[in-house]
Ligand binder design. Structure first.
Ligand code: ZN
Length: 149
């Protein structure tokens, strides 16, 4: 198991301006030069990492429609891990989609988990050795369990 970047906590400040902490999942990633946020509740670097990680699936879906549910699951998981306080309805919808993708009952959007056990950074780090489908499904399960904890 790779330790979650979120568990490193505020020590990320030591890394200086070269890295940023995602406000949603807590992943510490190198800052991007063009730091316009591309996903609500996420740092630009985190949003970019998510897009890069699932890009292969999105390409695959053009030829193989059976990939679509996995992409929906990945999107729901990412949304559920990057809630926006001003938009609780968006989080509820994400948790519903997450449960639908996993075939379970939705977690209740209460207090957001302080530490996530897995983020897209963990999934991306394991991409060389573990199939992306497996990574997305286990990441989705962990995020739902973290919401329940
Ligand atoms: Zn994030």
């Amino acid at each position: 198991m790779v330790p979650s970047p979120a568990s490193s906590g505020p020590s990320a400040l030591d890394a200086g301006s070269a890295s940023e902490v995602c406000p949603g999942c807590g992943a510490v990633l190198a800052s991007l030069p063009d730091s316009a946020p591309t996903h609500p509740g996420a740092s630009a670097s985190c949003a970019r990492l998510f897009e890069v990680t699932v890009r292969g699936l999105r390409d695959e879906a053009q030829a193989d429609p059976s990939t679509a549910p996995l992409i929906r699951l990945a999107d729901a998981t990412y949304d559920a891990q990057h809630p926006v306080a001003a938009d609780p309805g968006r989080l509820d919808a994400a948790l519903d989609r997450l449960a639908e993708g996993l075939g379970t009952r939705p977690a209740v959007a209460d207090a957001a988990p302080r530490v996530w056990r897995a983020t897209i950074a963990d999934a991306a780090a394991d991409l060389d050795v573990i199939d992306l489908r497996v990574l997305v499904e286990s990441w989705a399960r962990v995020v739902q369990e973290d919401w329940r904890a």
